[in-house]
Design a protein around this ligand. Structure first.
Ligand code: KG4
Ligand code: ZN
Length: 371
Protein backbone atom coordinates (compact mmCIF):
# COMPACT_ATOMS: atom_id res chain seq x y z
CA UNK A 1 0.00 0.00 0.00
CA UNK A 2 1.03 3.57 -0.65
CA UNK A 3 1.24 5.89 2.37
CA UNK A 4 1.59 9.65 2.43
CA UNK A 5 3.01 10.67 5.80
CA UNK A 6 3.27 14.04 7.48
CA UNK A 7 5.32 15.16 10.51
CA UNK A 8 5.08 18.60 12.14
CA UNK A 9 5.37 17.93 15.89
CA UNK A 10 8.36 20.16 16.56
CA UNK A 11 10.77 22.08 14.36
CA UNK A 12 11.03 19.67 11.43
CA UNK A 13 8.50 19.82 8.61
CA UNK A 14 8.47 16.53 6.73
CA UNK A 15 6.41 14.76 4.07
CA UNK A 16 6.98 11.42 2.36
CA UNK A 17 5.37 8.84 0.14
CA UNK A 18 6.24 5.26 0.99
CA UNK A 19 5.20 1.94 -0.53
CA UNK A 20 4.75 -0.57 2.30
CA UNK A 21 4.07 -4.29 2.11
CA UNK A 22 4.79 -7.58 3.85
CA UNK A 23 2.82 -6.99 7.05
CA UNK A 24 4.62 -7.06 10.37
CA UNK A 25 6.42 -10.35 9.79
CA UNK A 26 8.34 -9.24 6.73
CA UNK A 27 7.85 -5.52 6.28
CA UNK A 28 9.26 -4.01 3.10
CA UNK A 29 9.34 -0.29 2.53
CA UNK A 30 10.22 1.64 -0.59
CA UNK A 31 10.65 5.39 -0.37
CA UNK A 32 8.97 6.94 -3.40
CA UNK A 33 9.38 10.53 -2.28
CA UNK A 34 10.79 12.18 0.82
CA UNK A 35 11.31 15.81 1.78
CA UNK A 36 12.28 17.42 5.06
CA UNK A 37 12.87 21.00 6.10
CA UNK A 38 14.66 21.62 9.39
CA UNK A 39 13.90 24.97 11.03
CA UNK A 40 16.87 24.74 13.38
CA UNK A 41 18.66 27.73 11.85
CA UNK A 42 15.55 29.91 12.44
CA UNK A 43 15.16 28.92 16.09
CA UNK A 44 18.89 29.25 16.74
CA UNK A 45 18.76 32.97 17.42
CA UNK A 46 16.15 32.39 20.15
CA UNK A 47 18.25 29.65 21.78
CA UNK A 48 15.46 27.06 21.41
CA UNK A 49 12.25 26.18 19.54
CA UNK A 50 9.61 28.95 19.47
CA UNK A 51 6.19 27.22 19.00
CA UNK A 52 4.46 30.01 17.06
CA UNK A 53 7.42 30.43 14.74
CA UNK A 54 7.43 26.66 14.17
CA UNK A 55 3.69 26.77 13.34
CA UNK A 56 4.18 29.56 10.80
CA UNK A 57 7.07 27.74 9.14
CA UNK A 58 5.10 24.47 8.91
CA UNK A 59 2.24 26.33 7.22
CA UNK A 60 4.64 27.85 4.75
CA UNK A 61 6.62 24.70 4.01
CA UNK A 62 4.06 21.87 3.92
CA UNK A 63 2.63 22.72 0.45
CA UNK A 64 6.16 23.14 -0.93
CA UNK A 65 7.33 19.79 0.46
CA UNK A 66 4.15 18.02 -0.73
CA UNK A 67 4.69 19.30 -4.27
CA UNK A 68 8.28 18.07 -4.12
CA UNK A 69 7.44 14.53 -2.98
CA UNK A 70 4.58 14.15 -5.47
CA UNK A 71 6.99 15.10 -8.24
CA UNK A 72 9.69 12.81 -6.90
CA UNK A 73 7.21 9.92 -6.72
CA UNK A 74 6.05 10.76 -10.25
CA UNK A 75 2.36 10.95 -9.29
CA UNK A 76 -0.28 13.57 -9.99
CA UNK A 77 -1.40 15.98 -7.29
CA UNK A 78 -5.09 15.44 -8.05
CA UNK A 79 -5.02 11.62 -7.89
CA UNK A 80 -1.70 10.44 -6.42
CA UNK A 81 -2.98 6.89 -5.80
CA UNK A 82 -2.17 6.83 -2.09
CA UNK A 83 -4.16 4.42 0.12
CA UNK A 84 -3.88 6.35 3.35
CA UNK A 85 -2.44 9.44 4.97
CA UNK A 86 -0.55 9.06 8.27
CA UNK A 87 -0.12 12.20 10.34
CA UNK A 88 1.50 12.85 13.73
CA UNK A 89 -1.18 13.82 16.28
CA UNK A 90 1.11 13.98 19.34
CA UNK A 91 3.10 14.32 21.48
CA UNK A 92 4.67 17.63 20.53
CA UNK A 93 3.89 21.32 20.29
CA UNK A 94 0.13 21.63 19.79
CA UNK A 95 0.14 24.66 17.46
CA UNK A 96 2.68 22.82 15.29
CA UNK A 97 0.77 19.51 15.37
CA UNK A 98 -2.47 21.21 14.31
CA UNK A 99 -0.87 22.46 11.10
CA UNK A 100 -0.02 18.91 10.00
CA UNK A 101 -3.40 17.52 11.08
CA UNK A 102 -5.42 20.16 9.23
CA UNK A 103 -3.26 19.75 6.14
CA UNK A 104 -3.75 15.95 6.26
CA UNK A 105 -7.52 16.25 6.71
CA UNK A 106 -7.83 18.63 3.75
CA UNK A 107 -5.83 16.25 1.53
CA UNK A 108 -7.83 13.26 2.78
CA UNK A 109 -11.05 14.98 1.70
CA UNK A 110 -9.63 16.05 -1.63
CA UNK A 111 -8.33 12.56 -2.48
CA UNK A 112 -11.01 10.57 -0.59
CA UNK A 113 -8.48 8.59 1.43
CA UNK A 114 -8.49 7.78 5.16
CA UNK A 115 -6.37 9.87 7.52
CA UNK A 116 -4.77 7.86 10.34
CA UNK A 117 -3.35 9.69 13.40
CA UNK A 118 0.05 8.47 14.57
CA UNK A 119 1.87 8.72 17.89
CA UNK A 120 5.23 10.37 17.25
CA UNK A 121 6.94 8.10 19.81
CA UNK A 122 5.60 5.00 18.08
CA UNK A 123 7.13 6.54 14.97
CA UNK A 124 10.55 6.62 16.64
CA UNK A 125 10.19 3.01 17.78
CA UNK A 126 8.93 1.65 14.45
CA UNK A 127 11.51 3.65 12.48
CA UNK A 128 13.84 0.65 12.81
CA UNK A 129 11.56 -1.28 10.46
CA UNK A 130 12.86 0.96 7.70
CA UNK A 131 16.53 0.26 7.94
CA UNK A 132 17.83 2.94 5.65
CA UNK A 133 21.49 3.69 5.59
CA UNK A 134 22.67 6.93 4.08
CA UNK A 135 20.70 9.93 2.96
CA UNK A 136 16.93 9.52 3.30
CA UNK A 137 16.48 12.15 0.63
CA UNK A 138 17.42 9.62 -1.97
CA UNK A 139 15.07 6.91 -3.20
CA UNK A 140 16.09 3.60 -1.71
CA UNK A 141 14.69 0.16 -1.63
CA UNK A 142 14.68 -1.42 1.77
CA UNK A 143 13.92 -4.87 3.03
CA UNK A 144 15.55 -6.77 0.17
CA UNK A 145 16.99 -10.22 0.77
CA UNK A 146 20.41 -9.01 1.92
CA UNK A 147 18.93 -6.79 4.53
CA UNK A 148 16.29 -9.21 5.76
CA UNK A 149 18.39 -10.71 8.52
CA UNK A 150 19.60 -7.28 9.58
CA UNK A 151 16.02 -6.05 9.81
CA UNK A 152 14.78 -8.82 12.06
CA UNK A 153 13.45 -7.65 15.38
CA UNK A 154 12.87 -10.18 18.14
CA UNK A 155 10.48 -9.58 21.00
CA UNK A 156 10.44 -8.67 23.80
CA UNK A 157 12.29 -5.55 22.77
CA UNK A 158 13.37 -2.48 24.67
CA UNK A 159 13.30 1.03 23.20
CA UNK A 160 15.41 3.89 24.52
CA UNK A 161 14.12 7.21 23.16
CA UNK A 162 16.41 10.20 23.66
CA UNK A 163 15.82 13.58 22.03
CA UNK A 164 15.41 17.26 22.79
CA UNK A 165 11.84 16.58 23.95
CA UNK A 166 11.87 13.03 25.32
CA UNK A 167 13.82 10.60 27.45
CA UNK A 168 11.95 7.34 27.81
CA UNK A 169 12.70 3.67 28.31
CA UNK A 170 9.89 1.62 26.80
CA UNK A 171 9.30 -2.10 26.84
CA UNK A 172 7.97 -3.32 23.50
CA UNK A 173 6.17 -6.61 24.00
CA UNK A 174 5.24 -6.62 20.35
CA UNK A 175 4.27 -4.02 17.73
CA UNK A 176 1.54 -1.84 19.19
CA UNK A 177 2.16 -3.07 22.76
CA UNK A 178 4.25 -0.53 24.62
CA UNK A 179 4.83 0.11 28.28
CA UNK A 180 6.83 3.06 29.58
CA UNK A 181 9.24 1.70 32.20
CA UNK A 182 10.98 4.94 33.01
CA UNK A 183 11.31 8.54 31.90
CA UNK A 184 12.83 11.84 32.86
CA UNK A 185 11.26 13.62 35.79
CA UNK A 186 12.33 17.01 34.44
CA UNK A 187 14.50 17.92 31.44
CA UNK A 188 14.91 15.63 28.43
CA UNK A 189 18.42 14.47 27.68
CA UNK A 190 18.90 16.64 24.58
CA UNK A 191 17.46 19.58 26.50
CA UNK A 192 20.16 19.06 29.16
CA UNK A 193 22.85 19.08 26.46
CA UNK A 194 21.36 22.32 25.08
CA UNK A 195 21.13 24.01 28.50
CA UNK A 196 24.64 23.04 29.58
CA UNK A 197 25.95 24.25 26.22
CA UNK A 198 24.36 27.61 26.96
CA UNK A 199 26.12 27.73 30.34
CA UNK A 200 29.38 27.19 28.46
CA UNK A 201 28.54 29.95 25.98
CA UNK A 202 28.07 27.50 23.07
CA UNK A 203 25.42 27.95 20.33
CA UNK A 204 22.09 26.06 20.01
CA UNK A 205 21.63 23.14 19.48
CA UNK A 206 24.23 22.40 22.11
CA UNK A 207 24.51 18.60 21.82
CA UNK A 208 26.84 18.52 18.81
CA UNK A 209 28.98 21.33 20.30
CA UNK A 210 29.39 19.57 23.64
CA UNK A 211 30.28 16.28 22.02
CA UNK A 212 32.81 18.05 19.78
CA UNK A 213 34.57 19.65 22.76
CA UNK A 214 34.37 16.43 24.79
CA UNK A 215 36.04 14.53 21.93
CA UNK A 216 38.88 17.08 21.83
CA UNK A 217 39.35 16.78 25.61
CA UNK A 218 39.73 13.01 25.21
CA UNK A 219 42.01 13.29 22.18
CA UNK A 220 44.28 15.80 23.91
CA UNK A 221 44.11 13.81 27.12
CA UNK A 222 43.35 16.93 29.16
CA UNK A 223 43.48 16.47 32.93
CA UNK A 224 40.13 15.60 34.57
CA UNK A 225 39.40 18.59 36.81
CA UNK A 226 35.59 18.94 36.81
CA UNK A 227 33.56 16.34 38.69
CA UNK A 228 29.80 16.05 38.29
CA UNK A 229 27.19 13.79 39.91
CA UNK A 230 25.45 10.88 38.15
CA UNK A 231 21.86 11.76 39.14
CA UNK A 232 19.58 8.85 40.09
CA UNK A 233 22.22 6.27 39.15
CA UNK A 234 21.25 4.10 42.12
CA UNK A 235 17.59 5.07 42.38
CA UNK A 236 16.59 1.44 41.54
CA UNK A 237 13.83 2.68 39.22
CA UNK A 238 14.30 3.55 35.54
CA UNK A 239 13.64 7.28 35.85
CA UNK A 240 16.07 10.09 35.08
CA UNK A 241 16.67 13.63 36.28
CA UNK A 242 18.83 15.78 34.05
CA UNK A 243 17.86 19.13 35.50
CA UNK A 244 19.97 18.39 38.60
CA UNK A 245 22.98 17.69 36.39
CA UNK A 246 22.57 21.01 34.63
CA UNK A 247 22.34 22.76 38.03
CA UNK A 248 25.48 20.92 39.15
CA UNK A 249 27.30 22.37 36.13
CA UNK A 250 25.97 25.84 37.02
CA UNK A 251 27.22 25.56 40.63
CA UNK A 252 30.55 24.08 39.55
CA UNK A 253 31.17 27.03 37.22
CA UNK A 254 30.01 29.57 39.81
CA UNK A 255 32.02 28.12 42.72
CA UNK A 256 35.18 27.31 40.80
CA UNK A 257 35.54 30.27 38.49
CA UNK A 258 33.69 32.98 40.46
CA UNK A 259 33.92 36.06 38.20
CA UNK A 260 36.61 34.67 35.90
CA UNK A 261 35.58 33.57 32.43
CA UNK A 262 36.11 29.97 31.34
CA UNK A 263 39.08 29.12 29.15
CA UNK A 264 38.70 26.77 26.19
CA UNK A 265 40.42 24.06 28.24
CA UNK A 266 37.90 24.50 31.09
CA UNK A 267 35.01 24.20 28.60
CA UNK A 268 36.43 21.03 27.04
CA UNK A 269 36.97 19.48 30.49
CA UNK A 270 33.40 20.29 31.61
CA UNK A 271 31.92 19.09 28.29
CA UNK A 272 33.73 15.74 28.65
CA UNK A 273 32.67 15.26 32.28
CA UNK A 274 29.06 16.19 31.47
CA UNK A 275 28.95 13.78 28.52
CA UNK A 276 30.52 11.02 30.66
CA UNK A 277 27.89 11.61 33.38
CA UNK A 278 25.01 11.40 30.88
CA UNK A 279 26.40 8.28 29.23
CA UNK A 280 27.06 6.59 32.61
CA UNK A 281 23.47 7.12 33.79
CA UNK A 282 21.87 6.18 30.48
CA UNK A 283 23.90 2.99 30.04
CA UNK A 284 23.33 1.94 33.66
CA UNK A 285 19.54 2.33 33.34
CA UNK A 286 19.51 0.67 29.91
CA UNK A 287 21.29 -2.39 31.28
CA UNK A 288 18.95 -2.51 34.25
CA UNK A 289 15.96 -2.38 31.87
CA UNK A 290 17.46 -5.02 29.53
CA UNK A 291 17.79 -7.35 32.51
CA UNK A 292 14.28 -6.61 33.77
CA UNK A 293 12.62 -7.15 30.39
CA UNK A 294 14.89 -9.95 29.20
CA UNK A 295 14.96 -8.05 25.93
CA UNK A 296 16.15 -9.71 22.74
CA UNK A 297 16.30 -6.46 20.78
CA UNK A 298 17.36 -2.98 21.83
CA UNK A 299 16.00 -0.09 19.77
CA UNK A 300 17.56 3.34 20.24
CA UNK A 301 16.09 6.47 18.65
CA UNK A 302 15.96 10.26 18.94
CA UNK A 303 18.36 13.03 17.93
CA UNK A 304 20.76 12.51 20.84
CA UNK A 305 21.84 9.20 19.32
CA UNK A 306 23.91 11.28 16.91
CA UNK A 307 26.29 11.45 19.89
CA UNK A 308 29.35 9.36 19.06
CA UNK A 309 30.12 8.23 22.59
CA UNK A 310 26.52 7.06 23.09
CA UNK A 311 26.46 5.26 19.74
CA UNK A 312 29.64 3.41 20.66
CA UNK A 313 28.35 2.56 24.12
CA UNK A 314 25.05 1.18 22.81
CA UNK A 315 26.74 -0.77 20.03
CA UNK A 316 29.20 -2.26 22.53
CA UNK A 317 26.29 -3.81 24.45
CA UNK A 318 26.27 -6.65 21.90
CA UNK A 319 29.57 -7.84 23.44
CA UNK A 320 28.12 -7.85 26.93
CA UNK A 321 24.72 -9.33 26.02
CA UNK A 322 25.33 -12.26 23.71
CA UNK A 323 22.63 -12.51 21.05
CA UNK A 324 21.21 -9.06 21.71
CA UNK A 325 20.17 -7.30 18.51
CA UNK A 326 20.98 -3.59 18.79
CA UNK A 327 19.23 -1.27 16.37
CA UNK A 328 20.87 2.15 16.32
CA UNK A 329 19.41 4.04 13.36
CA UNK A 330 21.30 6.42 11.12
CA UNK A 331 21.09 10.06 12.14
CA UNK A 332 18.51 10.78 9.40
CA UNK A 333 16.20 8.06 10.68
CA UNK A 334 16.84 8.83 14.38
CA UNK A 335 15.95 12.52 14.26
CA UNK A 336 12.38 13.64 13.56
CA UNK A 337 11.26 12.67 10.04
CA UNK A 338 8.13 11.58 8.20
CA UNK A 339 9.38 8.15 7.06
CA UNK A 340 9.00 6.92 10.64
CA UNK A 341 5.43 8.25 10.65
CA UNK A 342 4.69 6.08 7.61
CA UNK A 343 6.16 3.10 9.52
CA UNK A 344 3.93 3.73 12.56
CA UNK A 345 0.89 4.28 10.32
CA UNK A 346 1.59 0.99 8.55
CA UNK A 347 1.93 -0.82 11.89
CA UNK A 348 -1.39 0.63 13.07
CA UNK A 349 -3.41 -0.31 9.98
CA UNK A 350 -1.80 -3.74 9.83
CA UNK A 351 -2.79 -4.35 13.46
CA UNK A 352 -6.24 -2.78 12.97
CA UNK A 353 -7.28 -3.15 9.30
CA UNK A 354 -10.72 -1.71 10.21
CA UNK A 355 -9.07 1.68 10.53
CA UNK A 356 -8.87 1.99 6.76
CA UNK A 357 -12.62 1.57 6.35
CA UNK A 358 -13.51 3.46 9.51
CA UNK A 359 -10.84 6.06 10.22
CA UNK A 360 -11.36 8.28 13.28
CA UNK A 361 -13.99 10.94 12.59
CA UNK A 362 -12.07 13.54 14.53
CA UNK A 363 -8.33 13.94 14.94
CA UNK A 364 -7.06 16.28 17.60
CA UNK A 365 -3.57 17.47 18.46
CA UNK A 366 -2.45 16.06 21.82
CA UNK A 367 0.69 17.67 23.14
CA UNK A 368 1.07 15.07 25.89
CA UNK A 369 -0.14 11.99 24.00
CA UNK A 370 1.13 8.85 25.73
CA UNK A 371 2.21 5.62 24.07
O1 KG4 B 1 15.24 14.24 17.78
P1 KG4 B 1 15.73 15.63 17.61
O2 KG4 B 1 16.32 16.02 16.28
O3 KG4 B 1 14.57 16.66 17.88
C1 KG4 B 1 13.71 16.56 18.97
O4 KG4 B 1 14.08 17.07 20.02
O5 KG4 B 1 12.63 15.94 18.82
O6 KG4 B 1 16.80 15.90 18.78
C2 KG4 B 1 17.46 17.12 18.93
C3 KG4 B 1 18.32 17.05 20.19
C4 KG4 B 1 18.89 18.42 20.58
O7 KG4 B 1 18.66 18.62 21.95
C5 KG4 B 1 20.37 18.28 20.28
O8 KG4 B 1 21.21 19.05 21.10
C6 KG4 B 1 20.59 16.80 20.51
O9 KG4 B 1 19.44 16.18 19.98
N1 KG4 B 1 21.79 16.32 19.81
C7 KG4 B 1 22.87 15.82 20.44
C8 KG4 B 1 23.84 15.57 19.44
N2 KG4 B 1 23.31 15.92 18.22
C9 KG4 B 1 22.05 16.38 18.47
N3 KG4 B 1 23.09 15.57 21.73
C10 KG4 B 1 24.29 15.06 22.07
N4 KG4 B 1 25.27 14.81 21.18
C11 KG4 B 1 25.09 15.04 19.86
N5 KG4 B 1 26.07 14.77 18.99
ZN1 ZN C 1 11.04 13.05 18.12
Amino acid sequence: MKILSIETSCDETAVSIVEAEGGLVEPHFRVLGNALFSQVALHKEYGGVVPMLAKREHEKNLPILLKKVLEEAGVSDSAPGVDMIAVTSGPGLEPALWVGIEFAIALGKQWSVPVIPVNHMEGHITSVLMDISGDTNTKEEVGNENKEEKNKIQFPALAVLISGGHTEIVSVENWGRYNILGQTRDDAEGEAFDKVARLLGLPYPGGPEISRLAAIAREENLPHIATLPRPMLHSQDLDFSFSGLKTAVLYYIRDTFKDQSLTDIDKKDIAREFEDAVVDVLMHKTKQALNEVGAETLIVAGGVIANKKLRESFTALTYEYTGLIVKVPTKDMATDNSLMIACAGYVQVTLHPDLLMHPPEKIIAQGNLKL
